[in-house]
Design a protein around this ligand. Structure first.
Ligand SMILES: Cc1cc2nc3c(=O)[nH]c(=O)nc-3n(C[C@H](O)[C@H](O)[C@H](O)COP(=O)(O)OP(=O)(O)OC[C@H]3O[C@@H](n4cnc5c(N)ncnc54)[C@H](O)[C@@H]3O)c2cc1C
Ligand code: SF4
Ligand code: SF4
Length: 379
């Protein structure tokens, strides 16, 4: 971090209104003065109350509070700071999907977790394992409003296997899981796992790197979901329902495998071309350079030939210890990523595509890798 004391006035200009803000809500939960709010219903951005300096400035910031900028994984040199904190070095140009210790395929051996999970149920298995083995007290995940299915995604706290099962699977609209932090701590949680796409998976690392105190100490585990984009809720009404006659309330599961795969309550299955969803891309994703959730302890994805396995990129010692102990006790089974070489090529390709979105004029690190990789790789 620079020696000056950047605060909301800087975050507002350099991130919130510049196109870099992903809506991860790190700043909102880190603010100790309760002057930041979050718009979950449209912009997916933080905003500041009128009091204490107005929407664009903050009197607490003027007096020296820097918490919001320290919690933001898009502020200034965030990527290098996170890489250096987690791995002791900046990443190399060829590490398109981030620094990693091991890449493998894994899936839960518990039939219920496997069935309810989006891919191999690895994330749910990790959470169950971490709760039942006293590694964490709670996890911040995403549930849905209403009776499950595909209702709007909302942040949730889970503390039991039943709650993990109820929130398994992927929603492709945004859920700022970080926002569930206060509910978790009010319930007494001190060791908290955060599940989220790359934008959120970097929150624990940047908070720790910039020393945000007890909030950083409590976010002890980051489980990343690989991600190219999320969609606005209008996707359901204006595309699935208007053009394909598929009502949101009838959908039980969606997956993205080159197309939108849609399963409905009546047992029917539909495919919608992915390109038709482009117009509904959430604005906060347009400049995001992080496909592979590069600062998670373990990043997970569903690309590749094996539909009921989760691609796992193990990045930290904590991530490796967890997966090793789960595998040794039979909670998961694993196979080498080399079983699916095309998957690794696709991982690099999707990571490169995301890094190309990082705008010129912002911090150079994501762009430098992009340019270096472009010049090195035949396209
Ligand atoms: C928006 C989104 C986009 C994705 N895009 C890709 C992609 O392009 N390529 C790829 O390989 N993988 C992608 N993934 C990851 C993939 O869908 C699976 O989440 C991952 O493979 C883990 O599968 P699993 O069976 O181990 O997870 P599960 O055991 O099913 O657990 C999934 C966890 O994710 C949480 N979750 C679900 N939806 C959201 C959400 N919207 N926001 C935050 N948390 C959520 C759940 O609460 C649960 O804890 C995406 C995931 C999401 C949520
Ligand atoms: S990227 Fe996250 S932390 Fe940064 S301003 Fe946006 S919501 Fe806040
Ligand atoms: S593309 Fe995915 S990781 Fe990036 S900002 Fe959007 S939701 Fe977050």
């Amino acid at each position: 971090m620079p020696v000056d004391k950047p605060h909301w006035v800087d975050l507002y200009k350099e991130v919130v209104t510049s196109g870099l803000c992903t809506g991860c809500a790190g700043c909102v939960v880190a603010c100790p003065h309760d002057v930041l709010r979050y718009d979950s219903g449209g912009t997916w951005r933080p905003w500041k109350v009128d009091e204490d300096g107005g929407p664009e400035d903050c009197t607490h910031g003027v007096r020296g509070c820097t918490m919001c900028t320290r919690a933001c994984p898009r502020f200034r040199t965030w990527e290098t700071e996170c890489d250096t904190y987690l791995f002791g070095r900046a990443r190399k140009a060829e590490e398109l999907s981030g620094v990693s210790d091991q890449v493998l395929l894994a899936r839960s051996t518990d039939p219920e977790l496997l069935e309810r999970g989006q891919d191999g149920g690895l994330v749910s298995a990790l959470l169950v394992w971490a709760l039942e083995n006293d590694v964490i007290d709670a996890a911040l995940v995403s549930g849905t409003e209403g009776d499950g299915g595909c209702g709007p995604a909302v942040p949730r706290v889970v503390k039991s296997r039943a709650e993990i099962l109820a929130t398994a699977g992927s929603r492709y609209t945004y859920s700022a899981n970080t926002l569930a932090y206060n509910e978790a701590t009010s319930g007494g949680a001190e060791r908290i796992a955060l599940v989220g796409m790359g934008c959120q998976a970097s929150v624990p690392a940047i908070m720790a790197a910039r020393k945000t105190g007890k909030i950083a100490r409590r976010l002890t585990l980051s489980i990343g979901l690989m991600c190219s984009k999320t969609f606005d809720d209008a996707l359901f009404v204006e595309l699935f329902e208007a053009r394909y006659g598929i009502a949101r309330s009838d959908i039980v599961k969606i997956n993205i495998k080159g197309v939108f795969q849609i399963w409905c309550k009546d047992g029917s299955y539909h495919e919608v071309p992915l390109g038709e969803g482009r117009a509904f891309t959430r604005e906060g994703c347009l400049h995001c350079p992080d496909f592979a959730a590069q600062h998670a302890d373990v990043s997970t994805g569903g690309i590749g030939a094996f539909g009921d396995w989760t691609l796992a990129v193990v990045r930290t010692e904590r991530g490796r210890e967890l997966l090793d102990s789960m595998a040794s006790k039979g909670a998961i089974e694993t196979r080498p990523a080399s079983d699916d070489p095309d998957m690794l090529i696709l991982l690099d390709k999707l990571s490169r595509a995301s890094r190309r979105r990082w705008p010129a004029g912002a911090d150079l690190a994501p762009g430098l890798i992009k340019r270096s990789a472009q010049s090195a790789a035949p396209t």
